[in-house]
Design a protein around this ligand. Structure first.
Ligand code: APR
Ligand code: PHB
Length: 389
């Protein structure tokens, strides 16, 4: 098979890029290892910046997002005693929209056939070839038969564990990584949220986050040592811990219920450079990971897709090679700023095992400063709502 752009991975990054390219009349094929149900089974953060909301609107794929997404004017930081509200709307003139990443993926998936976006699921042994030349190709195995797709460009949207990043030679690769000494234990339950806005809490006993998926479905997290086993966390134990860490006010409004999903995920900051090598571009988790504090993962994938889409459209329309050559620098400038924000919010809101009383006082002093300073709140708000693309 021959196409203009071969996209590896049908997560949100790959599907969004596929739609962006098809909307511009560029041929592309998305190659995914898993089944659609498997892809939709992943539960991840659900706070959308205006950037991805605007992309879905321009693609005409935002009907459900407009109907079911919950616009939020702000969020809260808690220090064990009080709530510090960050009034994002007043400070930046913008809102974020709470809408599950699974729902975005579903909207993109459902629209694929009607937009003539071909997605091949169940592709085994995906491999990239000749990425340094101008005729790269992808091979894979489908139903036991070897297949080959020739393209002008390959875009790796295959997440942290996919083969694309590994295809870039070690001689040019640079890795930057920070692994955190805790994970987030998440619980999803069919109960109304305890608060109409998100609460990120830093309590003596550790971090907690109160989030939501809808008016009747809540998502909560606590941080736990990586040695913890999910079997040892009954629903009651999780709710008890949340009630303590979120503080009495939120706890009084918290409705408990059986978990629909419960799991522990590790936290990591990671950046791979460069994000382009030859005819291969990387987007999303294939190139970088942020810890979930601040919910930047999906939004960052969307800004990569925006830059990559723009570069590829220029290339196919006008033969403008500079835009493809500049992709990595352009994307990385925004990636590093999002990495910085996610890392600093993680440091501010979590208890690290090596932290002593001094570090604790530093965190409390910073939270107190944020509570009293419009400048500090503005800085947090403009990062939370999303830096310009
Ligand atoms: N061959 C084909 N597809 C693959 C392969 C492979 N060898 N390896 C991984 N994939 C697929 C995965 O099955 C997955 O569907 O690539 C896709 C990558 O999707 P995500 O991991 O969701 O990554 P991305 O689309 O970049 O998402 C960015 O969304 O899921 C969050 O944490 C993520 O928030 C981040 C954002
Ligand atoms: C979520 O709702 O899953 C969520 C929200 C905000 C975050 C992380 C996760 O920062």
């Amino acid at each position: 098979m021959k196409t203009q752009v071969a996209i590896i991975g049908a997560g949100p990054a790959g599907l969004l890029l596929g739609h962006v390219l098809r909307a511009e009349g560029i041929d592309c094929v998305v190659i995914e290892r898993q089944t659609p149900d498997y892809v939709l089974g992943r539960i991840r953060a659900g706070v959308l910046e205006q950037g991805i909301v605007g992309m879905m609107a321009r693609l005409g794929l935002d009907d459900r997002l407009k109907a079911e997404g919950l616009p939020h004017d702000g969020f809260n930081l808690a220090d064990g005693e009080r709530l510090i509200r960050i009034d994002v709307a007043a400070l930046t003139g913008q809102q974020v929209v709470v809408y599950g990443q699974t729902e975005i993926t579903r909207d993109l998936m459902d629209a694929a056939a009607a937009r003539d976006l071909e997605v091949i699921y169940g592709a085994d042994d995906v491999a990239l070839h000749d990425i340094e030349g101008d005729a790269p190709f992808v091979t894979y195995v489908a139903h036991g038969k070897p297949q080959r797709i020739d393209a002008r460009f390959i875009v790796g949207c295959d997440g942290f564990h996919g083969p694309s990043r590994q295809a870039i030679p070690a001689s040019v690769a640079r890795h930057f990584e920070r692994v955190y000494p805790f994970g987030w234990l998440g619980i999803l339950a069919e109960v109304p949220p305890c608060n109409h806005e998100l609460i990120y809490a830093n309590h003596e006993r550790g971090f907690a986050l109160a989030s939501m998926r809808s008016a009747t479905r809540s998502r909560y997290y606590i941080d736990v040592p990586l040695s913890e086993r999910i079997e040892d966390w009954s629903d009651d134990r999780v709710w008890d811990e949340l009630a303590i860490r979120l503080g009495p006010e939120a706890a009084a409004r918290m409705t408990r219920g059986p978990s629909i999903e419960k799991s522990i995920a590790p936290l990591r900051s990671y950046v791979f450079e460069p994000m382009r090598h030859g005819s291969l571009l990387l987007c999303g988790d294939a190139a970088h990971i942020v810890p979930p504090t601040g919910a930047k993962g999906l939004n960052l994938a969307a800004s990569d897709v925006h830059y990559a889409g723009e570069a590829l459209v220029r290339w196919f329309r006008a033969g403008d090679g500079d835009s493809v050559a500049d992709y990595s620098d352009k994307a990385l400038a925004r990636v590093w700023k999002s990495e910085r924000f996610s890392w600093s919010l993680t440091k501010l809101m979590h208890r690290f095992p090596d932290d002593g009383p001094f570090e604790r006082r530093m965190q409390l002093a910073e939270l107190d400063y944020i509570a009293s300073s419009v400048a500090a709140q503005t800085s947090i708000a403009e990062n939370y709502v999303g830096l310009p693309v």
